[in-house]
Design a protein around this ligand. Sequence first.
Ligand SMILES: Nc1nc2c(c(=O)[nH]1)N[C@H]1C(S)=C(S)[C@@H](COP(=O)(O)O)O[C@H]1N2
Ligand SMILES: [Mo]
Length: 198
Amino acid sequence: MAIVNRGFVGRRDRMADRLPPGQYSTLDFPVLSAEPTPALPHDKWRLTIQSSDHRAHSLDWPQFTALPHEDVTTDIHCVTRWSKFDTRWRGVSFDDLLATLPWQPDDFVMAHCYGGYTTNVPLDDLTGGKAWLADTFDGEPLAPEHGGPVRLLVPHLYFWKSAKWVRRLRFMPSDTPGFWEERGYHIYGDPWREQRYA
Ligand SMILES: Nc1nc2c(c(=O)[nH]1)N[C@H]1C(S)=C(S)[C@@H](COP(=O)(O)O)O[C@H]1N2
Ligand SMILES: [Mo]
């Protein structure tokens, strides 16, 4: 006799809909860093936004924390095949950050990190409520190993696009590969189309 627990099956099906092809879901939060975790005291931290014609606009920690913050609950997907559902973040939306700019941004962004990591994202994938500069995870200040004090959060792309310890957002007129993209990862990285490698 088959015993079917409908509640459980239904839940599993809904979860399966949220899992991109080739991924498994985990409750862990693995740490993946190409570089050692940098020490970034708040009084030394700066975020610089740079235009393609070398205009620059910097925010220090008090200026960053004064920007509007919002809560975000989202699934994240790492190219090494783990996905984590319902991660809880707080941060500044890219839209609100852009609103502080005195000039028009170009169509592509290179995120540069303390430590040297880089990753490229089209501006369209950062605007419209799709990306944040996160400073809080699960109600706590973002831990250094996960990119604190501030990381990029672009949950609809593979998680390598979510640059930890972000230091500079450099606008570019054309799409240029970052650290992993130069080493064979896909230039765009959509988990639903399994764009893992170039
Ligand atoms: N600065 C920096 N950002 C980074 C990375 C990195 O090595 N350095 N790794 C990327 C990769 S491949 C992933 S999967 C996620 C991992 O984030 P986590 O360590 O918080 O899980 O960060 C991304 N951002
Ligand atoms: Mo990754």
